[in-house]
Design a protein around this ligand. Structure first.
Ligand SMILES: Cc1ncc(COP(=O)(O)O)c(C=O)c1O
Length: 413
């Protein structure tokens, strides 16, 4: 086995990772058409895209918007979530999943992860439900769906909503149906690192027409679909997507199915090879996951088996071998930024609020064991790698094996 690349040896991966984002002639043509039309907003491209995307996820309605963060806010507004309400979210996600709850003036409550994945543990939810709970927000991390059936059953039992943060799950299917179609609604992000992107962008999808209309009003200055331009029956804002964004995204939809299949194939090769490595734990896939979007190839590093090599040292060695990767989030959200100061440093709604009885959650005192463990063990491989075909997937697996075989050298240097 050759010398590790981190010590100057040849890298195991010789095929470069595909560039991201991908721009083809179709996007350039579509953008030029919008530019030369002079109609850079509300000419119909956004409507076309939101219908296309909602249908793609097997839902009836879509409201496209400027990004995935405000898509979550729109979803909460659509279902009238606000002061006095609590919303259950996972602690392993982008900060917006939790801060969008606060922007709706509601209180996020953190549920732990499953022990063997980066998804919310459905079995931990019932203990967190109170009379204030209005919604559960599962994040389908890396495109892998949470246990939607179990979460829905709990929500139905307690008469609460399920709104998926599907920011990583474009095209993900659970039991053959797109995510967002089994629940009250879902939000997606089209930011630049995402598998379909316009640089920025987002959407809220739902089968609930009333909620779709409310989200539409909220994101459109508080107008109503059947009212006039200067009539504003709802307190709203402007979160509209531009025609330029929609034109790019409509082109990217053409490639999404094919890309998802390619990522599925490469991920299957990787899983099959990595499963036998004692230093790695791959993330199990439920049979009800009929398609996974693979926003990243995520796995766990098992430190006990590495004879002194740390996860971060492993990530450095893997990058040196030509596999762009990271250790992911450095903190559970409840210890990140704003949440460190709650409630001492913050006064007023939503924590101390006439609509809320009982004390505010003290986030920095939380210790949810599975997320704390995941923070130290997760490794994320960037999704463009999965577009490089089976040959690249095999080279990536070779890189893992090479580092594993040279672990003693890595730990002692
Ligand atoms: C899980 C999750 N939710 C929400 C968002 C917010 O999306 P955006 O960056 O488009 O605002 C992201 C973005 O990275 C995300 O990963």
């Amino acid at each position: 086995m050759s010398k590790l690349a981190i010590f100057g040896g040849p890298a195991a991966v010789t095929i470069p990772a595909p560039d991201w984002p991908i721009v083809e002639e179709s996007e350039i043509k579509a953008v030029n058409e919008v530019l030369s039309s002079g109609k850079w907003r509300m000419s119909g491209k956004v409507n076309e895209f939101q219908e296309l995307f909602a249908k793609f996820q097997d839902t009836a309605f879509g409201v496209a918007c400027s990004n995935g963060t405000v898509a979550l806010e729109m979803a909460f507004k659509a279902f009238d979530i606000g002061a006095g309400d609590e919303v259950i979210v996972p602690p392993y996600t982008f900060i917006a999943t939790a801060t969008a709850v606060l922007r709706a003036n509601a209180v996020p409550i953190f549920a732990d992860l499953e022990p063997d994945s980066l998804n919310m543990d459905a079995d931990s939810l019932e203990a967190l439900i109170t009379e204030r709970t209005r919604a559960i927000v599962p994040v389908h991390f890396g495109g892998l769906p949470c246990d939607i059936d179990k979460i829905n059953a709990i929500a139905r039992k307690h008469n609460i909503l399920v709104i998926d943060d599907a920011a990583h799950a474009w095209g993900t299917k659970w039991n053959g149906q797109g995510v967002g179609s089994h629940t009250d609604g879902a939000t997606f992000s089209f930011q630049m690192t995402k598998n379909i992107t316009a640089g920025e962008g987002g959407i809220f999808i739902t089968n609930n027409e009333e909620a779709a209309n409310m989200a539409w009003s909220y994101h459109h200055g508080g107008r109503s679909k059947d009212g006039g331009w200067h009539e504003h029956p709802v307190l709203g804002t402007n979160y509209r997507m531009t025609e330029l964004q929609a034109a790019i995204l409509t082109c990217q939809m053409v490639r999404l199915d094919q890309h998802t299949t390619r990522r599925e194939t490469a991920a299957a090769v990787l899983t099959q090879r990595l499963e036998s490595l004692p230093g790695i734990k791959t993330i199990p896939r439920d049979k009800r996951v009929t398609r996974r979007a693979w926003h990243m190839y995520d796995l766990f590093f098992v430190p006990e088996n590495w004879e002194g090599v740390s996860r971060n040292r492993f990530v450095d060695a893997l990058n040196a071998e030509g596999v762009p990767c990271s250790g992911g989030y450095q903190l559970p959200i409840y210890r990140n930024g704003f949440f460190k100061e709650v409630p001492e440093g913050r006064k007023g709604c939503p924590f101390t609020c006439p609509y809320r009885d009982g004390p505010a959650p003290v986030y920095h005192e939380l210790y949810l064991p599975n997320v704390e463990r995941a923070i130290k063990r997760a490794v994320w491989l960037h999704h463009p790698l999965l577009l490089g075909g089976e040959k690249l997937a095999n080279q990536i697996a070779d890189a893992f094996e090479k580092i594993w075989e040279n672990r003693k050298e890595l730990s002692s240097n």
